[in-house]
Design a protein around this ligand. Structure first.
Ligand code: NDP
Length: 286
């Protein structure tokens, strides 16, 4: 049995936020402020929690945060008008619209309306294209955070067989790209994949972004593999559970992320990193 390393997402994320804070403070000395605008439409309680956490992270990093809370009845045109105003505002470096949006608003239209230079979620089609090319300075937060977690294990990605379960636009696809850019050999699996268990079992690095509690079981994991659990599933008793059966898989894995305390905290840390990058790019400083 291998010695399993539990990857501490809270510690890595705190380190990244600390590094961001140092760089934000250096920008301040040059007279440059960093500012993130967050827009929340409606009163989804989970979204409220995420927005509050983003605000707290901004405070830790010395980033100014602006919050726009709009009613669930806000029209798409009203939301687009606010985005247009923030696009024009030179004091705003990053714009984030908290998803999901009410059903009468098109997420695609909203994402495409954000200035790509201020698109700190990196969801704009221009940024998605650049991510594919490997030329985007703004990286999709959850996959970028996962790359940091893998780096923290000091296990190189180059040459490794990487399996990503899930092909969503926000996690699975960009995750596969980032692993590919680090010279991993990447397989993307989804609900139509055949022989999923065998494919997973061949993985040196296995990323589960499925949205099904305890989907990845011990018999799907190679001895010593790095197992990254992206899933955030709320169980009936209110507790959080990942997509990986942690208790079963941890004794086999070489390194594994817990839920909570693994990938979750990294997403916000990378949002802070992206806001810093956007601020630097817009002010043409390195
Ligand atoms: P989606 O629902 O958009 O995608 C899920 C993916 O899993 C799809 O590609 C789907 O395949 C695939 N899938 C579903 N069932 C199976 C199956 N039986 N076998 C193989 N593949 C399957 O989810 P997201 O990518 O948005 O999120 C995934 C998880 O990560 C969720 O739990 C979410 O809460 C969490 N999450 C966590 C974040 C964090 O910060 N930690 C950030 C974002 C998400 P198909 O395409 O064929 O339908």
């Amino acid at each position: 049995m291998s010695q399993t390393k539990i990857i501490d997402g809270k510690a890595v994320s705190a380190q990244i936020k600390q590094q961001v804070a140092v760089q934000v403070s250096a920008l301040n000395e040059k007279g440059i402020q960093s500012c993130l605008a967050v827009i929340l439409v409606g009163d989804d309680p989970a979204s409220r929690v995420y927005v509050n956490n983003k605000k707290k992270a901004c405070e830790v990093c010395g980033i100014r945060s602006l919050e726009y809370t709009l009613s669930a009845q806000t029209t798409q045109d009203e939301l687009l008008a606010l985005i247009a105003k923030l696009n024009q505002d030179p004091d705003v470096n990053g714009i984030l619209v908290q998803l999901p949006l009410p059903r009468h608003i098109s997420e695609d239209a909203v994402i495409s309306a954000i200035d790509p230079a201020k698109d700190v979620d990196a969801f704009h089609p221009i940024n998605v294209g650049k991510i594919m090319q490997g030329t985007c300075t703004l990286l999709p937060c959850t996959p970028a955070g996962i790359m940091e977690l893998i780096a923290s294990t000091e296990i190189p990605v180059a040459g490794k067989d990487c399996v990503v379960i899930g092909r969503s636009n926000i996690v699975g696809k960009p995750m596969a790209m980032l692993l590919l850019h680090k010279n991993g050999t990447v397989t993307i699996c989804h609900s139509k994949t055949k022989d999923l268990k065998q494919k997973c079992k061949a993985a040196d690095i296995l990323v589960a972004a499925v949205g099904i509690p305890k989907f990845v079981t011990a018999d799907m994991v190679k001895e010593g593999a790095v197992v990254i659990d992206v899933g955030i599933n709320r169980l009936e008793d209110g507790s959080l559970c990942g997509d990986v059966d942690f208790d079963g898989v941890a004794p086999i894995a070489g390194a594994i992320t817990p839920v909570p305390g693994g990938v979750g905290p990294m997403t916000i840390a990378m949002l802070m990193q992206n806001t810093l990058t956007a601020t630097k790019d817009q002010n043409k400083v390195s």
